[in-house]
Design a protein. Structure first.
Length: 119
């Protein structure tokens, strides 16, 4: 399974971006999908996840600003990011899990897409 993330870029604080992650998995709908991020000098952290049933989970820091969704027909997971803050600057990774709905244990990782929020 390969995951290809895209949609990152440079945006001003308060702006929006939508990340996409397309999967090659034949049974994409059976995977929980998640987004993680890693800022310079920091450990990778959980951002959001969506289970195979469509249940969503968010980190406290992004709840109310970010929305995760999936389109099983397109084998794609999205992360809509609104009201972006400087501290959202990071490389964002998508991940897939076969057996953990919150993607606590990722089976596959994408290559990452850079999000930079400027003042």
């Amino acid at each position: 399974v390969q995951l290809q993330a895209s949609g990152g870029g440079l945006v001003q604080a308060g702006g929006s971006l939508r990340l996409s992650c397309i999967s090659t998995a034949r049974t994409f709908s059976s995977y929980a999908m998640g987004w993680f991020r890693q800022a310079p000098g920091k450990e990778r952290e959980f951002v959001a996840a969506i289970s195979w049933r469509g249940n969503t989970f968010y980190a406290v820091s992004v709840k109310g600003r970010f929305t995760i969704s999936r389109d099983n027909a397109k084998k794609t997971v999205y992360l809509q990011m609104n009201s972006l803050k400087l501290e959202d600057t990071a490389v964002y990774y998508c991940a897939a899990s076969w057996d953990s709905p919150r993607v606590e244990r990722a089976d596959y990782w994408g290559q990452g897409t850079q999000v930079t929020v400027s003042s």
